[in-house]
Design a binder for this molecule. Structure first.
Ligand code: BG6
Length: 476
């Protein structure tokens, strides 16, 4: 879908996110002809840099993200659209210059790719210099608060200067192609929705497993942990899209209203339904505590929990969520496990397994439905399960070059479509549910269970499922 000409101003334009995601994502949209002529991408940051240096920074960023796939002439024309202004979020430097660079007749979006402590200062100065028009868009990133109180405070800051319809809170998981496909599968087919409830679904498991450790983000991560970093936002969004009622329309408020109802319907989590873990060192690599440079850290790099959406559709069908770093593989999926058939006409010895719908997000994207068929051959009626498989790469061929989440989301900002962005009440409801879990750990000084790096996580996470007579799918 084409977009209108735009000015995108990236505060924190020389930062890590701009380098890894925003600039390479914009380049890909440009190379696909989706950035209209005359659009401008303006980096704004404290660094003393001129336009040429910023273009070089962007060039390096694109090449390192895209490698050989970059067509040099296309890259050069992309760089033409880039500009830079040295700006002081806390003072007056750069604001008039920025104002002069903006075009009156373009869609305008300010991307706050900076820590939340600067939101207030940026907002004040944007207003003071009259840079915000009624349909100007403001993009903010997670972490959106550290708990309910701080999230409310951030929302208050933003709402003092902007209307909610102008605010785009990014959860990049919503920009992932398969995550959107989950909605297409659920609401574009007749096949699944009649079965999509506790009468037919035994349980749902959602896993976001990472192979990497905390890397260079130890300082941030030690204060955050997997619950705040992943569960409160990314896993919560996956849970919402799996559990929500069909929205009447695919429009921002219809979708977000339904997601909000799911979060608000979540029962409090019982302490014995949560497992926290921390990865240990290997012969060659540091363990979590060394990575975060805190020998006494009690922060979790892994969480598994069992939760319940307390409503008519889901009562009795548990949702198991699991996420962690330094696990066996990068492997993320939503698995919907259906119940046994009410009666087996073939007898228990014939074999066969439950139907499972598996939506794979990472590393490869695809959807698999496990069905039972007869084992081929003359050996009588023996059953086996086979996958009805749709690997995006194989089935869709060229179309399988799935865009990075940021490409999609930035273009949605320009289009003015908030469907895949989080609303203030959604973020707050998610914190309201996670806060008591975290406070519960703090109250009893819960110590995370150690787990081997590159494993399936702590044994207790396995037991969480086994106690219910269920099993996690293997990671990797
Ligand atoms: C980020 C978290 O939001 O998501 C990181 O802060 C995590 O800790 C990342 O590694 C995972 O994103 P993806 O797209 O690689 O699954």
């Amino acid at each position: 879908i084409p977009v209108e000409r735009f000015d995108l101003i990236i505060f924190g334009g020389t930062g890590d996110l701009a380098r890894r995601k925003i600039l390479p994502g914009l380049f890909k949209r440009f190379a696909d002809g989706q950035v209209p002529d005359g659009s401008r991408i303006i980096g704004a940051a404290r660094s003393e840099m001129d336009r040429g240096e910023f273009r070089q920074f962007a060039k390096d960023a694109v090449i390192s993200a895209q490698g050989d796939a970059v067509e040099p002439t296309v890259l050069e024309s992309f760089l033409e659209a880039l500009d830079y202004v040295t700006i002081d979020a806390l003072g007056e430097i750069g604001w008039s210059e920025l104002s002069e660079k903006l075009q009156g007749d373009s869609v305008r979006a300010f991307y706050f790719s900076v820590g939340p402590s600067l939101f207030d200062d940026l907002a004040v100065r944007l207003q003071k210099h009259k840079l915000v028009e009624p349909d100007t868009r403001i993009v903010v990133e997670k972490p959106f608060g550290h708990d309910l109180e701080t999230a409310k405070a951030l929302n208050k800051v933003l709402s003092a200067y902007f209307d909610e319809s102008q605010i785009y809170r990014i959860d990049h998981y919503l920009g992932k192609e398969t995550v959107q496909n989950l909605m297409a599968v659920r609401f574009g087919n007749m096949l699944f929705e009649p079965l999509w409830n506790s009468q037919y679904i035994d349980h749902v498991q959602i896993t976001v497993a990472e192979e990497v450790g905390v890397g260079g983000r130890g300082g941030y991560y030690d204060k955050s942990g997997a619950m705040r970093d992943m569960v409160q936002n990314h896993l919560m969004q996956l849970l919402c899209l799996t559990a929500m009622e069909p929205p009447a329309k695919f429009d921002p408020d219809a979708v977000r209203d339904e997601k909000l109802k799911v979060i608000r319907a979540l029962d409090p989590v019982e302490p014995h339904h949560v497992v926290r873990g921390q990865y240990s060192e290997t012969d060659d690599e540091k363990g979590f505590r060394d990575d975060v440079e805190n020998a006494k850290s009690w922060t979790e790099s892994f969480v598994a929990l069992r939760c319940q959406v307390g409503n008519w559709r889901w009562s009795g069908t548990p949702f198991y969520l699991r996420t962690g770093k330094r696990l066996q593989a990068r492997d993320s999926e939503i698995v919907v496990v259906f119940k046994d058939t009410p009666h087996s006409i073939f007898g228990a010895e014939a074999g066969g397994a439950r139907n499972e719908l598996r939506i794979q997000l990472q590393p490869d994207e695809g959807i698999t439905l496990k069905v039972t068929i007869k084992e081929p051959g003359p050996g009588g009626m023996r059953l086996m399960d086979v996958p009805l498989d749709m690997s995006f790469a194989e089935t869709l061929g060229d179309h399988a070059d799935t865009p990075d989440a940021y490409e999609r989301l930035i273009m949605d900002v320009i289009r003015g479509n908030q469907t895949l962005f989080m609303r203030d009440d959604e973020v707050e409801a998610a914190w309201a549910w996670t806060d008591p879990i975290i406070q519960g750990w703090e109250a009893v000084h819960d110590v995370p269970k150690p787990y081997d790096s590159y494993s399936q996580g702590p044994t207790d996470a396995m037991l969480l499922m086994q106690r219910d007579g269920r099993e996690w799918r293997e990671i990797g």
